[in-house]
Design a protein around this ligand. Structure first.
Ligand SMILES: NC(=O)c1ccc[n+]([C@@H]2O[C@H](COP(=O)([O-])OP(=O)(O)OC[C@H]3O[C@@H](n4cnc5c(N)ncnc54)[C@H](OP(=O)(O)O)[C@@H]3O)[C@@H](O)[C@H]2O)c1
Length: 315
């Protein structure tokens, strides 16, 4: 495994993390605790030490599974736990209450990284009120570091300017071979400022692997209504991008998943956190590092990606 500093925190996190949304057992379909434990055990065995969960995943179930598993496996000192509080709970008192509840569900002494899951959109909470609460949590030893997620650059800058004693160490955003909006302004900023971009949906929820086609769409989970899996978008992906991913997978003796994750890892400061349904998927995802695509093949993927015409306007 390769490691990278979590921004200026000095904590070392694995270059590939583990997303725990799947553990929620709702959006992604049923998920047993025994599977979650096996997935975390395998991740730990392979050197993956960064686990991302959130209060909203299964309304606390994912946090409970993560906490229970690391306790039973006796690996608390070896893992960095990141969780998130939703944008609906960003008033000062709610941030404090939400963090306390997450910490209780996780059963840990301190939350390593607390992220604001998305901006307070329709709640109109002033950003400095929320950041004041985050600093209070650091001061009280409830959390160690502050992160944001899905914040546009301008709001991230505003959030940083509210902080008196701390800084934001990371930003969690959607980033994969198909959805690359972060490259326009956010990623260059984070790289310049020494912050980590935690890449969510790094496999585009499985779309980059080539296992889904317009005729074989995923069933029984949130992807049934995900615009990316609309037949028109899947047709674009499977005809223009997947063939290149597969070609390189043969050339490098790696799987399509590993090619797609390696492309992300080739960007400085980017840490993908693929979600896993099984220990086998964790093994595959961990194998995405320890080697690199050539610059030429990196660009080949980029140009295939540039040719995609994807739309979220599906009706
Ligand atoms: N901050 C945010 O707003 C936000 C939003 C979304 C996600 N996240 C975080 O990011 C994590 C990852 O994102 P995500 O779960 O949306 O998408 P993802 O990691 O791109 O895709 C996960 C799905 O891909 C498939 N998969 C995983 N490993 C695979 C492998 N080795 N080979 C083939 N298929 C594989 C699995 O589904 P199948 O096997 O069923 O195809 C899995 O459920 C989440 O768990 C969560 O922690 C954060």
């Amino acid at each position: 495994m390769e490691y990278i500093s979590l921004g200026k925190s000095g904590i070392k996190i694995s270059r590939i993390g583990l997303g725990a949304w799947q553990f929620g057992g709702d959006a992604w379909g049923p998920y047993e605790y025994s599977t979650a434990k096996a997935v975390i055990a395998k991740a730990h065995e392979l050197g993956i030490n960064f686990i991302d969960t959130a209060a909203v995943y299964g309304r606390g179930r994912s946090e409970e599974f993560v906490g229970r598993a690391i306790k039973e496996l006796g690996i608390r000192d070896h893992v960095v736990i990141a969780t998130k509080i939703p944008g609906d709970w960003h008033r000062y008192d709610d941030v404090l209450r939400a963090a306390k509840r997450s910490k209780e569900r996780l059963g840990i002494d301190v939350i390593d990284l607390l992220q604001l899951h998305w901006p307070a959109c329709w709640h109109n909470v002033p950003i400095c009120e929320t950041m004041r609460a985050m600093e209070k949590l650091v001061e009280d030893g409830i959390i160690r570091y502050i992160g944001v997620s899905n914040y546009p650059l301008q709001l991230l800058e505003a959030a940083r300017s509210c902080l008196k004693k701390n800084d934001i160490v990371s930003s969690q955003n959607r980033y994969n071979l198909i959805e690359r909006e972060v490259e326009k302004e956010l990623l260059p900023y984070l790289q310049r400022e020494g912050m980590v971009l935690i890449a969510w949906s790094p496999l585009a929820k499985g779309a980059v692997t080539g296992k889904y086609t317009p005729e074989n769409r995923p069933r029984g989970d949130l992807r049934e209504n995900d615009p990316l899996f609309h037949p028109d978008n899947l047709r674009e992906i499977t005809t223009k991008l997947v063939p290149i991913v597969k070609e390189l997978s043969i050339k490098y003796g790696k799987t399509p998943t590993q090619i797609a994750l390696n492309w992300l890892v080739m960007h400085n400061n980017v840490v993908p956190i693929p979600g896993a349904k099984s220990p086998e998927q964790v093994v595959e995802n961990a194998g995405a590092v320890g080697w690199r695509l050539s610059d030429e093949d990196f660009r080949k993927l980029e140009s295939a990606s540039n040719s995609l015409v994807i739309t979220y306007v599906t009706w």
